[in-house]
Write a protein that binds this ligand. Structure first.
Ligand code: 3EB
Length: 320
């Protein structure tokens, strides 16, 4: 069988906000109060940007002219190789976060699975008050249960990379957006970490269903939200600097597993989520010191899905 032809890469960068989007832009993701834009390519994630990231926008540029639109609740755009999709689901209309997550994933799986770009690579999930609720009633755990129920068999066969982060805007609206492609990627697990879908019962009745990373056909490593979790256990409770250092070890291990030729640095873009906005500057300083050549960094205030975790990092790294 011939190998799939190489695909020109999706270009991701963090840029100052701009009014008009160029015709090859697939997505423009801003941060701040939830707002719906007339352009389906624009999404506003309800997290506060900090440590110099204020006003910046994550821009995805496709490899040619982009078509975009809305279908039902979904916003989408495609260049024929890549698909951006986004959905915002009102929890009240679905009797809570669990059913809202199920609905979001069912809707996404139906749309993407029926498109010319049916291969999921990466998903981002943002929900209000992620740590509210005790034990198995915690909203993150309910989200995990609904997400898993809404996933179709193809997604259960190979989980995409993902991030799940808590907002504090009091808006009970689940935001899910993601990237799919015409050509499938290759999921990567982290040898330092138990695969999330194999987490033991103590973390909830339904394990989180995501891969630690995804190598796309255009040779990018899409890095899932990564925190100071080793094996399945959280490390360095309440020690910010040690959590950052442990998270960097996890990222290095993931890159090695993905066969990255270069270390984290000039070919990497990272997004750091900090539980306490007051930690934003020290996390940015620590990351810049550890990775002086880093391509770019965004720091956002957001809650991590385990109460003891203070910081989580996701991003993208060019592999070739
Ligand atoms: C962890 O390692 C930290 O539920 O989609 C990271 C990335 C985390 C994605 C998700 C959760 C998710 O378990 C939490």
């Amino acid at each position: 069988m011939p190998l799939p032809e190489p695909v020109a890469p999706l270009a991701i960068r963090y840029a100052p906000a701009s009014d008009a989007l160029a015709p090859d832009v697939l997505a423009a993701i801003g941060f701040g109060a939830l707002a719906r834009d007339a352009d389906p390519r624009r999404l506003q994630v309800g997290l506060e940007a900090c440590a110099g990231s204020e006003g910046r926008v994550e821009i995805w540029r496709g490899v040619g002219p982009v078509r975009c639109g809305r279908e039902g609740e979904l916003a989408w755009s495609t260049d024929g190789e890549h698909l951006f999709f986004a959905i915002e689901v009102d929890e009240a209309a679905h009797d809570g976060i669990e059913a809202a997550a199920e609905h979001a994933y069912r809707t996404i799986c139906a749309f993407v699975g029926g498109s010319a770009t049916p291969h999921f690579l990466r998903l981002w999930n943002y929900l209000d008050a992620i740590n509210v609720g005790d034990g198995d009633e915690e909203r993150y755990r309910q989200f995990c249960a609904g997400r898993a129920r809404g996933m179709d068999a193809r997604m259960h066969a190979s989980y995409p990379a993902a991030t799940a982060i808590g907002r504090r805007d009091g808006q009970r609206v689940l935001q899910v957006y993601g990237l799919a492609a015409r050509v499938g990627g290759h999921a990567i697990e982290n040898p330092r970490q138990v695969s999330a879908w194999r987490y033991p019962r103590q973390y909830g009745p339904t394990a989180p269903t995501f891969a630690r990373g995804m190598r796309s056909a255009d040779a990018q490593l899409l890095i899932s939200g990564t925190a100071a979790v080793v094996g399945h256990a959280s490390r360095h409770d309440d020690d910010l600097a040690a959590q950052v250092a442990e998270t960097l070890e996890n990222l290095r291990s993931l890159l090695a597993q993905a066969g990255a030729r270069e270390a984290l640095g000039a070919r990497s873009l990272l997004k750091a989520y900090v539980r306490h906005p007051a930690d934003a500057d020290s996390v940015a300083t620590a990351l810049r010191a550890a990775l002086p050549a880093l391509g770019d960094l965004l720091v956002l205030a957001g809650d991590i899905c385990r109460g003891e975790l203070l910081v989580e990092i996701d991003g993208v790294h060019a592999l070739d």
